[in-house]
Design a binder for this molecule. Structure first.
Ligand SMILES: Nc1ncnc2c1ncn2[C@@H]1O[C@H](COP(=O)(O)OP(=O)(O)OP(=O)(O)O)[C@@H](O)[C@H]1O
Ligand SMILES: Cc1cn([C@H]2C[C@H](O)[C@@H](COP(=O)(O)O)O2)c(=O)[nH]c1=O
Length: 188
């Protein structure tokens, strides 16, 4: 089982992953970017905006993804792998290229391996503004609310285009309600 928790910044991914870690103690918990040794270096580079080129930034994320797929997901394909973000973020955030082009690049990075379960935590613009206001912004969050809302729309479009097994959850539900919805989906 390859489960991905998706959503724009502040959607509640980490909060739900902390709960899942208690429920699925035998699962492998990971993240993108930063789920491998080289991935943690790539994460630091992209989140500190070291790349001036948006193309270079995208390829850094793709490099993280290729290493993550080989070293974490495929090496644990007989276990439950639960990842904070995935190719869906990769496709959605790379807005500078046509959707199909970015999908094709991500399928190369992931050797065409797709998540078996996708959970998208969806924020309203108002809730996003509220949550962003209470944290420092990394280089990507600094691009603003409208940018992040467009990312969320592209995440939804990508999930449907790839015909994945997905659950969209209103991220403004309570933490417990959200957790229950996730558990019900994973136990279907
Ligand atoms: N269901 C919820 N209702 C209200 N607040 C929530 C809920 N889930 C998380 N939060 C709060 O929203 C903020 C962001 O949550 P969290 O860090 O889990 O999001 P995230 O998706 O991991 O964010 P990022 O991608 O930016 O790391 C935190 O302050 C958290 O306490
Ligand atoms: C995987 C991936 C992520 N991003 C962006 C999304 C976030 O702004 C950061 C990651 O920070 P988080 O603490 O893990 O939420 O990077 C991206 O632009 N492209 C990607 O492929």
């Amino acid at each position: 089982m390859y489960v991905v928790i998706e959503g724009i910044d502040t959607a509640g991914k980490s909060t739900q992953l902390d709960i899942l870690a208690k429920k699925y103690s035998n699962a492998i918990f990971t993240k993108e970017p930063g789920g491998t040794q080289i991935g943690s270096k790539l994460r630091q580079m992209v989140l500190s905006a070291e790349a001036n080129s948006k193309l270079a930034e995208m390829f850094l994320f793709l490099a993280d993804r290729a290493e993550h797929m080989q070293e974490v997901v495929l090496k644990n394909k007989d276990k439950i792998v639960i990842s904070d973000r995935s190719m869906i973020s990769g496709i959605a955030y790379a807005q500078n290229l046509p959707l199909q082009t970015v999908i094709d690049l991500n399928l190369i990075a992931t050797k065409s391996v797709l998540p078996t379960h996708v959970i998208l935590l969806k924020l309203s613009k108002q809730e996003l503004e509220k949550r962003l206001s209470s944290k420092e912004h990394d280089s990507i969050e600094a691009r603003g609310v409208d940018y992040l809302m467009s990312i969320q729309n592209r995440m939804e479009e990508t999930i449907k285009k790839l015909n994945l097994n997905y659950k969209f959850i209103d991220a403004s539900l309570s933490i417990d309600e959200t957790s229950k919805d996730i558990e019900d989906f994973l136990n279907e």
